[in-house]
Write a protein that binds this ligand. Structure first.
Ligand code: CP
Ligand code: NVA
Length: 317
């Protein structure tokens, strides 16, 4: 039996990552495939949520449906997992019915545990440590503007969080420079930074950590931020004061290239990490990012759940 492939962090896609993004861009632009290509025909994908979601839930439900599959959204309060049944048993049971599982959870160990007992692909739909589907959509969005990715320099301003972890890994994998400005004490996890630096050795991506938003934004082609307090951290309100000076506003963005793109995974807390003037500006590509969640995930689902169909479509272009 071939070993099932999961997506827990973006580097799980390894050398296939660039191809998956190119596949997604091609599929998005292809007027013929929308109704004819059904790689998830007869397949059912369960989508478990322990936290709220707008983009992830809707993009998975609609994307699975467009690919001919059946999405089953499973909210934590409605299933036995975590109450009378372990995560491991849930993974084994769901694998008897489903052809893939997406899981949004708190601790990253929870999605790891699910993947260890599941015999179908498990996709991390956000944990406190990784958000690989977001990074796939993000790099797809940058690649749509600049297919070669030559000259891209991504500046992150904000918390050293789950979204940054997969963004830096994704940039490293594709040879894109990435600079992150974080307050002291809110740095990204060292094991993820070490992984990204190891990958960057092979691709030539420059990875830089700083405490200066101004330094990060200097000559940036992309400025990216996220909420300062993530889901599950609501009790850490004292954290906010550490982010004085980390708001992405009109004074900061002047240091980037004039045609820079502003990115945010959303939902945004307007007036906190970003001003209306920036997120509503012509440079903002946040809604392209949101839409690309669906296209990137459709490519990932096809790659993981029906590799033969993924290859067959790739041969067409
Ligand atoms: N960016 C993102 O994951 O959004 P949701 O929380 O709405 O799914
Ligand atoms: N860092 C945020 C991302 C939300 C999409 C969180 O985990 O809440």
């Amino acid at each position: 039996m071939t070993e099932v492939q999961h997506l827990l962090a973006i580097d799980d896609l390894g050398d296939d990552f660039r191809d998956i993004l190119q596949w997604a861009i091609q599929f998005k632009q292809d007027p013929d495939t929308d109704y004819d290509f059904k790689p998830l025909d007869e397949l059912s994908i369960g989508c478990i949520y322990e936290k709220p979601s707008t983009r992830t839930r809707v993009s998975f439900e609609v994307g699975i449906h467009k690919l001919g599959g059946q999405p089953l959204t499973l909210l934590k309060g409605d299933i036995q997992m975590g109450k009378s049944e372990s995560i491991a048993d849930t993974g084994a049971v769901l694998s008897r019915f489903l052809d893939g599982i997406t899981y949004r959870c708190f601790g990253h160990d929870m999605v790891t545990t699910l993947s260890e007992s599941a015999t179908v692909p498990v996709i991390n739909a956000l944990s406190d440590k990784h958000h690989p589907c977001q990074a796939a959509a993000d790099l797809m969005t940058i690649m749509e503007r600049n297919p070669s990715l030559e000259g891209e320099r991504v500046a992150w301003v904000g918390d050293g969080n789950n979204v940054l972890h997969d963004l830096m890994l994704a940039c490293a994998m594709l040879g894109v420079d990435c600079v992150w400005a974080v307050p002291k004490g809110y740095e990204p996890d060292t094991d993820v930074v070490d992984r990204a630096r190891e990958i960057a050795k092979g691709t030539g991506a420059e990875l830089v950590e700083t405490n200066s938003p101004r330094e990060a934004c200097d000559n940036a082609s992309i400025i990216y931020t996220d909420v300062f307090i993530s889901m599950g951290e609501e009790h850490l309100s004292e954290k906010m004061s550490a982010f004085d000076g980390f708001q992405v506003n009109e004074d900061l963005v002047v240091h980037a290239k004039s045609d820079y793109g502003f990115m945010h995974c959303l939902p945004a807390h307007r007036g906190e990490e970003v001003t209306d003037a920036v997120i509503d500006s012509e440079n903002s590509i946040v809604f392209d990012q949101a839409e690309n969640r669906m296209w990137a995930q459709m490519a990932i689902l096809t790659f993981l759940c029906n590799p033969a169909a993924y290859e067959a479509y790739r041969e067409l272009y």
